[in-house]
Design a protein around this ligand. Structure first.
Ligand SMILES: [Zn+2]
Length: 172
C-alpha cells in the first residue's frame, strides 16, 4: 500500500466517532512500516490488547476499521484455525475472532460483523512468507501473487459487510 501518515490514518476510520479515532493508539513502529509489503495496515492496540485496527485502500479511498476481540472465543481455543482473510492456517490461539461495528447508523445501533483473522493482523506478511506461523509450514502450493490477490478479495468482501446498509458511503 501507499505510505500514509498519522493524520490520514486517524481520518480514515469509518466505524467509530471522530473523538475515538483521535484517541486510537497507533502502532509504535509506524515510521518503520514496510508499506510495500502490506495489503492493509493491521495492528493490535498497544494500550488495549482486546482492540485491533485495520487500515486499507478501498475504491481509491483510505478506509480504517476498528475491531474488538470477541471474548467468548478468546477465552477458549478458537474453533477455526484458518484466517478468513489470508487463509493461513494457525495453531490454537494464532487465530482470533475479531468483531467490527458496522459503518454508519447500523453500527451505532450495535450491529457488528465478525471475522476470524490472524491474531496479529499480519496477513500481508504471512502471504509473502515474511512472517512464519507457529506451525512453521505452508499447507498449499499457491504462489505468493495468488495468495496476495486472495487477501485483497477477502478483505474487500469483509469491508463490503462493514459498509452493508450504509448508504452514506461507497455509493459514489
Ligand atoms: Zn490472516
Amino acid at each position: 500500500m501507499i505510505p500514509v501518515g498519522e493524520k490520514e490514518i486517524r481520518g480514515s476510520f469509518v466505524n467509530c466517532s471522530k473523538g475515538e479515532a483521535r484517541r486510537i493508539n497507533l502502532p509504535r513502529s509506524l515510521p518503520e512500516t514496510p508499506w510495500a509489503d502490506l495489503d492493509f495496515l493491521g495492528w493490535l492496540d498497544p494500550g488495549a490488547p482486546d482492540r485491533g485496527y485495520l487500515v486499507t485502500e478501498r475504491r481509491g479511498e483510505l478506509v480504517g476499521v476498528t475491531l474488538r476481540l470477541s471474548r467468548e472465543v478468546h477465552r477458549s481455543y478458537a474453533k477455526s484455525t484458518v484466517c478468513s482473510i489470508c487463509v493461513t492456517p494457525h495453531a490454537g490461539t494464532g487465530i482470533s475472532l475479531f468483531v467490527a461495528p458496522r459503518a454508519g447508523a447500523a453500527g451505532r445501533q450495535g450491529n457488528t460483523v465478525g471475522t476470524y483473522m490472524c491474531a496479529d493482523l499480519a496477513c500481508s506478511l504471512y502471504v509473502r512468507d515474511i512472517r512464519k506461523t507457529e506451525l512453521g509450514v505452508r499447507f498449499e502450493t499457491l504462489g505468493n501473487e495468488e495468495r496476495i490477490m486472495r487477501v485483497v478479495v477477502n478483505l474487500e468482501s469483509f469491508l463490503d459487510k462493514v459498509f452493508d446498509g450504509d448508504l452514506s458511503s461507497g455509493a459514489a
